[in-house]
Design a protein around this ligand. Structure first.
Ligand SMILES: NC(=O)N[C@@H](CC(=O)O)C(=O)O
Ligand SMILES: [Zn+2]
Ligand SMILES: [Zn+2]
Length: 429
C-alpha cells in the first residue's frame, strides 16, 4: 500500500535520510525507497523539524486591522514556521473558556499552519474550564497585574493539580510608573527606554522566580532583554525556562535613532553591551519572535502613544541562518531553540522532532540563498522591521505542515492549520 508522500534526500545534522509520510505523520525514516503517491526531492537543502514560534500576537479577534490568523499564519509559513502559539492579549482578551473556544474556531477557520494557544488570566473561576481546552500556558503580563492576583493563579493551578506552565512578561509596574514620573513624557525614543529600565525586568524576574520556587510550578519567562536578567534565572532553572527574541539578541538601543517607534518594543532594546548575545544562547531555552504587528499610522504617533511591538516571523530564520553561515552559531541550536525546546516546554507532544510517529512537519532551508530583508515583501499586515536592509545568507525554501506543503520557494500556498492540544496526548477533536 503506497504511502501519501515520499520525501527523499533529507539532509539533517544526523545524516541524510528518506522519509515516508502517511496521513500527516512520519511513518518511516529510511535510507531505502518507499512506494508513494507523491514525491519530493530535497537534494541540496537542509531539513529541520517544522519550526515552532511559541510567541506570536495574531490580534484575532478584535484587532484584525493589525493582523489576523490568516495573514499571521501566512507570515509564519513564509518565515519557515509550521506551528505557532498565539498570545491572549486580543480584544476581548482570551481569558475565559468561551473566548478560548472562540479563538480555536477562528484559528481552525483561518490558519494555514498548526497552532496552540496561550490562555489569558483574570478570573480564577475560568481556569478550570480553560484547562479542559488544553492551553499551552497561562500568560500573565506582570506590568499590568498585581502580585496578589498572580499568586491566586499559582494556587488555583496547584489546587487543580495542573502543571500547565505560567508564561510571564516580566516588567515591574511600580518601577515603570516611578521612572515614567521622573522622565515626564520627553519626546525621545530613548526616554521611553529609560522609563522601562532593566531594573523593572530584574525585579519582576525576582518575583517570578520566587513564585516558581515557592509553588514548584513551571514558569516561562518571555523576551529576556539583558545578561543580568539571564543570570538572575540561573539558580531557578529547575522550574524556570526562558526565551530571547531576535531583536533583543542582535539589536541595541542605537537602532532607535534610525528606526524610532518601529524599533519600540517591550521590554525596550537595551544599550550595547548590556543586552544578550549569541554567546548566551546555550543558557536560553527557546527563541520566540514576539511577532507583535501594528500599523504604520499607529507607529507614526508620538513616542509615548505609539504601540510597542515588532513583527519578526519573516525575519528570524534568515537572521539566524546568517549567523550559522558566519560560523557564529550551529544549526543544531536552531533545532533546539525553535523546535525541540518549544515542543517540550509547551507540551506539543506530536511536534518538534523528526521521528517516526511525529507529525510530518518540516522546515526546509537553503543555506546559500542570499537576499536583503524588505518589509514590503512580508505576508504579515505589518510592513516594517528594524531589520530592514539586513543582508541574509540562508532562507526557508519550503514549509511542510503534517505532510502538506504550505510554502514553496518563498510562495505561500493554501493550507489547513489545526488546533494543537497541549500537555496531553489526545488530539483535539
Ligand atoms: N512586546 C511588545 O512590545 N508588544 C506585545 C505585547 C508584549 O509581548 O508585551 C504586543 O502584543 O504588541
Ligand atoms: Zn511581552
Ligand atoms: Zn509578546
Amino acid at each position: 500500500m503506497p504511502v501519501d508522500l515520499f520525501i527523499e534526500n533529507c539532509r539533517t545534522e544526523r545524516g541524510t535520510f528518506n522519509i515516508g509520510v502517511d496521513d500527516g505523520k512520519i511513518v518511516k525514516i529510511t535510507r531505502g525507497r518507499i512506494d508513494a503517491s507523491e514525491r519530493i526531492d530535497l537534494r541540496g537543502y537542509h531539513v529541520l523539524p517544522g519550526l515552532i514560534d511559541a510567541h506570536v500576537h495574531f490580534r484575532d479577534p478584535g484587532l484584525e486591522y493589525k493582523e489576523d490568523f490568516r495573514t499571521g499564519s501566512m507570515a509564519a509559513a513564509h518565515g519557515g514556521f509550521s506551528t505557532v502559539i498565539d498570545m491572549p492579549n486580543t480584544l476581548p482578551p482570551t481569558d475565559t473558556a468561551s473566548e478560548f473556544k472562540r479563538k480555536i474556531q477562528i484559528g481552525e477557520r483561518k490558519s494555514i499552519v498548526d497552532f496552540g494557544l496561550h490562555a489569558g488570566y483574570s478570573d480564577p473561576s475560568e481556569v478550570e474550564g480553560i484547562l479542559r481546552l488544553d492551553p499551552a500556558s497561562f500568560k500573565v503580563f506582570m506590568d499590568s497585574l498585581t502580585l496578589d492576583k498572580v499568586d491566586v493563579l499559582f494556587r488555583r493551578l496547584r489546587d487543580l493539580g495542573s502543571m500547565v506552565p505560567i508564561t510571564l512578561h516580566c516588567e515591574n509596574r511600580e518601577i515603570i510608573m516611578h521612572y515614567c514620573e521622573n522622565i515626564g513624557g520627553v519626546e525621545d525614543p530613548y526616554a521611553y527606554s529609560m522609563a522601562r529600565p532593566p531594573l523593572a525586568e530584574e525585579v519582576s524576574i525576582a518575583e517570578a522566580t520566587a513564585l516558581a520556587y515557592h509553588y514548584r510550578h513551571p514558569v516561562h519567562i518571555c523576551h529576556l532583554s539583558t545578561g543580568r536578567a539571564l543570570r538572575l534565572i540561573e539558580p531557578f532553572r529547575e522550574y524556570v525556562t526562558c526565551e530571547v527574541t531576535p531583536h533583543h539578541l542582535l539589536l541595541d538601543s542605537g537602532y532607535l535613532r534610525r528606526f524610532g517607534n518601529l524599533a519600540k518594543t517591550n521590554p525596550p532594546l537595551r544599550s550595547a553591551g548590556s543586552g544578550l548575545s549569541v554567546g548566551d544562547l546555550p543558557d536560553i531555552d527557546i527563541i520566540g519572535t514576539d511577532h507583535a504587528p501594528h500599523t504604520l499610522p499607529e507607529k507614526k504617533r508620538g513616542v509615548w502613544e505609539a504601540p510597542p511591538g515588532i513583527p519578526n516571523l519573516e525575519v528570524v530564520l534568515r537572521v539566524l541562518l546568517t549567523l550559522v553561515s558566519e560560523g557564529r552559531m550551529n544549526i543544531s541550536t536552531i533545532r533546539r531553540m525553535l523546535a525541540e525546546g518549544p515542543a517540550r516546554i509547551f507540551g506539543l507532544g506530536s511536534k518538534g522532532f523528526i521521528r517516526e510517529g511525529m507529525d510530518a512537519d518540516f522546515t526546509v532551508v537553503d543555506l546559500r540563498r542570499e537576499g536583503e530583508i524588505r518589509a514590503d515583501e512580508f505576508y504579515s499586515r505589518a510592513h516594517y522591521t528594524p531589520f530592514e536592509g539586513f543582508r541574509y545568507r540562508g532562507d526557508a525554501v519550503m514549509t511542510i505542515v503534517r505532510g502538506a506543503v504550505v510554502m514553496d520557494d518563498g510562495e505561500v500556498l493554501e493550507g489547513r492549520g489545526r488546533y494543537i492540544a497541549c500537555h496531553n496526548q489526545k488530539e483535539h477533536d
